[in-house]
Design a binder for this molecule. Structure first.
Ligand code: HEM
Ligand code: HEM
Length: 183
């Protein structure tokens, strides 16, 4: 089933969800590695195992646009939970979407504003401004990391709730996102 239904998320939503979850996991693994190991040989080896932080971030920004459009198109036929837990989950999902635009968007805007631009796999993805735009680089320097760590807290809460639903409440919620509807 390609589209979502009230019982489960469809194939397209699931592919978006798990592909982006892996990329986000990678982003935070690399960012945590910077914190612990700095720019050492360990991180140089780790960086060979996956895309660069910039490339994965740009890919996430490119994926969140069709994902948000797909979610909007399926909004009336997705699984819905009522009451406070359902509303809280929806608020967290909307915040996740917003941060998936803002966090990489700010970082890419910085590559424009610092005049360097950004090439990905030989393609000029973001041109350089030609001169430094202080307010924009300043804003990205100030906000990219704290917003990204805030995003990490939100995603951790989301994952913890998925585990609680599965292991404690045993209501089959996770099955909606792995492709076997509740029976
Ligand atoms: C959803 C996508 C992204 C996530 C989750 C993310 C996450 C993070 C995190 C957590 C840090 C802080 C590391 C620390 O505290 O030491 C960071 C730093 C950084 N990120 Fe990203 N990032 C994303 C996208 C991007 C993109 C697209 C670029 C570049 C085009 C980028 C460039 C940087 C740079 C240069 C730093 C170090 C300077 C700073 O802290 O602002 N990031 N990122
Ligand atoms: C790591 C980054 C993750 C992000 C950014 C994320 C984001 C989202 C979003 C936005 C939704 C709403 C549906 C949609 O629009 O796609 C969702 C649903 C869901 N996610 Fe995640 N997710 C992540 C990881 C995980 C993990 C690791 C699990 C399981 C352990 C998980 C379990 C679920 C479940 C069960 C739902 C359906 C919830 C419901 O029907 O109310 N997610 N996720």
């Amino acid at each position: 089933m390609r589209r979502d239904t009230p019982l489960a998320y469809g194939f397209v939503t699931r592919v978006f969800h798990w592909t982006m979850a892996c990329l986000i996991g990678w982003q935070f693994m690399v960012a945590s590695g910077w914190r612990v190991f700095g720019d050492s040989a360990v991180m140089k080896t780790v960086s060979l195992l996956g895309p660069s932080h910039r490339a994965a971030g740009a890919l996430l920004l490119a994926l969140v646009v069709p994902r948000a459009m797909w979610a909007f198109r399926n909004r009336c036929q997705r699984p819905v939970d009522h009451g406070v837990p359902g509303t809280s989950a929806r608020i967290v999902h909307v915040m996740i979407y917003l941060l998936l635009f803002i966090v990489p968007g700010l970082a890419l805007a910085r590559t424009y504003a610092n005049g360097k631009g950004f090439d990905l796999w030989g393609l000029r993805l973001v041109p350089g401004a030609g001169h430094r735009i202080e307010w924009l680089t300043g804003m990205a320097d100030l906000l990219h990391a704290p917003l990204a760590w805030g995003f990490a807290v939100l995603v951790t809460g989301h994952v913890v709730m998925a585990v609680v639903h599965t292991a404690v409440l045993r209501d089959g919620l996770l099955r909606r996102m792995i492709g076997t509807p509740q029976g």
